[in-house]
Design a protein around this ligand. Structure first.
Ligand code: NAP
Length: 254
């Protein structure tokens, strides 16, 4: 089950955290994985780990906000069966104290970056006879979380883009779904704590862990396994769906 033999996958943000684990799992199941990441060293480290385990991968240092570069890369890859849009950045602030500059930065990476990947990748996927897209959203698109104005905006847009793509390309054999993780322990969370709660990282880590009713943060592999399922033929009836993987955050916090 869940074999991806002869499939070609592209994963944005594949150099760290959830994206990295997605790359490792897809490669383990037989896909050739293109690891797209802003950070060259991190992307190459993911590739090395895949190759060490006997898998196939290639790193591409790229900024998802650069549409021309995304188009060039996807055209050069030539055939795409699986696309996972994972690259993303965080932000803290409400509608008043979020600056225009920060709003645009979040929009550019988290919204335009996903659009660029879809815009450039879907035509290649069409030529490849169809495929599967998984966009990484967040629980913040489902429930109000304090001080996530710009970030929440961006993840709400990821939901809407997922539904639009699922509808528009259903007859061409393209499935498109999203995953909304709760807090997952990655460098993203560590960086967020360091930047926003300097000196109080441990205290805040405990606090954030407890906001999941299950009592801990998620692990990147727990998201990657859902990505694998959605990308597999076993999930062939699933499109236009979103999956909260959140330790009960959206449903059990009363
Ligand atoms: P992460 O560890 O920070 O990994 C994100 C990767 O994306 C990093 O390698 C980062 O490179 C790369 N990246 C950032 N901007 C990029 C750009 N413009 N072009 C190409 N690559 C870029 O984050 P993560 O925790 O795995 O999060 C992955 C996704 O899950 C994000 O979309 C995030 O919003 C979402 N998510 C995370 C959580 C969580 O709790 N971790 C919860 C819900 C949703 P650099 O290291 O160079 O910045």
């Amino acid at each position: 089950m869940f074999l991806l033999t002869n499939k070609i996958a592209v994963v944005t943000g594949g150099g760290s955290g959830i994206g990295k684990e997605v790359c490792l799992v897809l490669a383990k199941q037989g896909a050739k994985v293109y690891v797209l990441d802003l950070n060259k060293e991190q992307g190459e480290a993911t590739v090395q780990e895949i190759e060490k385990n006997g898998g196939q991968a290639k790193a591409v240092a790229i900024d998802v906000t650069d549409q021309a570069a995304m188009k060039k890369t996807y055209v050069e890859i030539g055939s795409i069966h699986i696309m996972v849009n994972c690259a993303g950045i965080s932000h803290i602030g409400n509608a008043i104290n979020t600056s225009q500059e920060d709003f645009e930065k979040i929009f550019n990476v988290n919204v335009k970056g996903v659009y660029n990947s879809l815009h450039a990748g879907i035509p290649v996927m069409q030529k490849s006879g169809g495929g599967v897209i998984v966009n990484i959203s967040s629980v913040v698109a489902k429930v109000g979380i304090s001080d996530r104005f710009a970030y929440g905006m961006s993840k709400g847009a990821v939901h809407a883009m997922t539904l639009s793509v699922a509808k528009d390309f259903i007859k061409e054999g393209i499935r498109c779904n999203s995953i909304s993780p709760g807090r997952v322990h990655t460098p993203f969370v560590d960086g967020f704590l360091k930047k926003n709660y300097p000196g109080k990282e441990t205290e805040m880590f405990e606090k954030l862990s407890k906001t999941q009713p299950i009592g801990r943060m998620g692990k990147p592999i727990e998201i990657a396994h859902q990505v694998l399922y959605l990308c597999s033929d076993e999930a062939g009836f699933i499109t236009g769906s979103d999956y909260c993987i959140d330790g009960g955050f959206t449903t059990l916090n009363s």
